[in-house]
Every structure is written in C-alpha cells, then in structure tokens.
Ligand binder design. Structure first.
Ligand SMILES: [Zn+2]
Length: 180
C-alpha cells in the first residue's frame, strides 16, 4: 500500500474546509469522528463510545447550486427505554445540503436542499455531520427482546426505532423560516 493510501484509510475527518475551493475542486473527504467530539449528539446517548464513519463530496448541481453530499454511519449506545440498560443503535444518514453564505441565501435555496450556512473561507464540518446524526436518532431506543412482549398496542413503525424521526428536529426551525 502506498503511503498516501495508508494515510487515507486511517484519516481523521477534517474539522473545517474552504467551502468555495472544495466545491470548485469537487473535493471528497472521508474518515472517522469520535463520538466523544460530538457533545450535542452525546446528550442523547448513554455514553461517548463509538465513532462515526463519514464520506462527503462537494460539487454543484446543473443550476450551479453549491452542494455538500454525504453519508455517515455510527454505532452508538443509547438507553433502553424499558430496562434502562445500554442498547447499541446503528445510526445511518444520507444527506444532500445546499451551501449558502447568509440567511437570505438560505431562504432562496431550492426547496429540495436543506441549507448549510458557511463562512466564505471556512465551513465547520463537525457540526454539520453532528446535525445529520442527531436527525437520524430514533425517538425511542430499546432492546428487541425488551420491546417484543410489551408493544401490543404500538403501531408497527415504532417497532423499528432506527427508522423513526428524531424528537427534536433542529432543521424544523429552518423549515418554518423557508415557508414564510
Ligand atoms: Zn432493554
């Protein structure tokens, strides 16, 4: 394996990038982020163990909208809402965000994209990934065996905690703004 390939495979995810340059170069980044670095995500977790694997790519669509596309998965430990012991949960997220430089630009962004607001020379990547992971959190976490015998009256979708909506959607405020 070449030195570069070896560095890539163990790469830590960059903390921040130059958004304009990254879009122009259609830059790709991949690597891992320790859950212990994601304080807001930790508020929903039993502990700070685990790490997120992340892959992102900058680019633009046919209209020239600057985009940040990516995916992330992380195995985290939440609290089982039935027995209160730790339960492993796999978070999976896939996103396509429009890069803007002001609230005003965010309002005019094509509705199909969620906005991510960047400084002209610096885009902090960790909060962006963290938001996406928080959005992918299940509303309730519990062990399969803890759920099976008590969920008589619960609708089917609640039995798949990983696919349900997060309780506090940080983007819902942005959604409201865009609809005004
Ligand atoms: Zn349990």
């Amino acid at each position: 394996m070449s030195t570069i390939a070896r560095i890539m495979s163990h790469a830590l995810f960059p903390v921040r990038v130059d958004p304009l340059k990254s879009v122009e170069q259609e830059a790709e980044f991949s690597g891992s982020i320790a859950v212990s670095k994601l304080d807001r995500l930790q508020d929903f977790l039993q502990d700070d163990s685990g790490e997120a694997q992340v892959e992102i790519q900058f680019g633009h669509d046919e209209q020239g909208t600057a985009l940040l596309r990516g995916k992330s998965h992380a195995n985290v430990r939440m609290t089982c809402q039935r027995c209160m012991n730790p339960v492993e949960v796999a978070l999976v997220t896939d996103f396509e965000l429009g890069i803007v430089f002001s609230d005003e630009q965010a309002k005019h962004l094509d509705k199909q994209y969620e906005p991510v607001i960047a400084e002209h020379e610096s885009l902090e990547l960790l909060p962006v990934i963290e938001d996406e992971l928080i959005l992918s959190l299940p509303m309730y976490a519990y062990h399969k065996e803890c759920g099976d015998h008590e969920l008589v009256d619960t609708p089917k979708e609640v039995e798949k905690p990983v696919e349900t909506q997060a309780p506090n959607n940080p983007f819902s405020v942005l959604e409201q703004l865009k609809k005004q």
